[in-house]
Design a protein. Structure first.
Length: 99
C-alpha cells in the first residue's frame, strides 16, 4: 500500500511538472525609433507548439511583416504572444508600423 501511494505521488508530481510552463509571454512589447507611428501596419503570424515547433519557422519576422504592408521605412515594431493550453500552444504576432 505504501509503495502504491509513493508511485501515485510521484506520478502526480510528474504530471504537474510537465504541465507547468516556463514561458515568458510578451503582450505589446514594442521597439520604436523616435519617429511618429507610420500610417501603414503589417503583420506576420505564426503558431508555436510546445515551445519547439513554429508553423512559420523563422519567417515570422520584421521583414515579412513589413513586406506584407509594403512598408519601406519601419518606425515601430510590436510583438504580441497569446498562450493557450497552459502555454503549450502560443500564437505569435509581429506587427510593424511605418511608411
Amino acid at each position: 500500500m505504501k509503495k502504491n501511494l509513493m508511485t501515485l505521488a510521484a506520478s502526480a508530481a510528474f504530471v504537474v511538472a510537465s504541465l507547468t510552463s516556463c514561458m515568458t509571454i510578451n503582450s505589446g512589447a514594442a521597439i520604436s525609433s523616435n519617429s511618429p507611428v507610420g500610417p501603414k501596419v503589417g503583420e506576420a503570424n505564426s503558431t508555436i507548439i510546445l515551445g519547439m515547433w513554429s508553423s512559420q519557422g523563422e519567417q515570422n519576422n520584421i521583414k515579412t511583416a513589413a513586406d506584407a504592408a509594403g512598408i519601406k521605412k519601419v518606425s515601430h515594431v510590436e510583438y504580441i504572444d497569446k498562450a493557450f493550453l497552459l502555454g503549450l500552444w502560443v500564437k505569435h504576432t509581429t506587427r510593424v508600423y511605418g511608411e
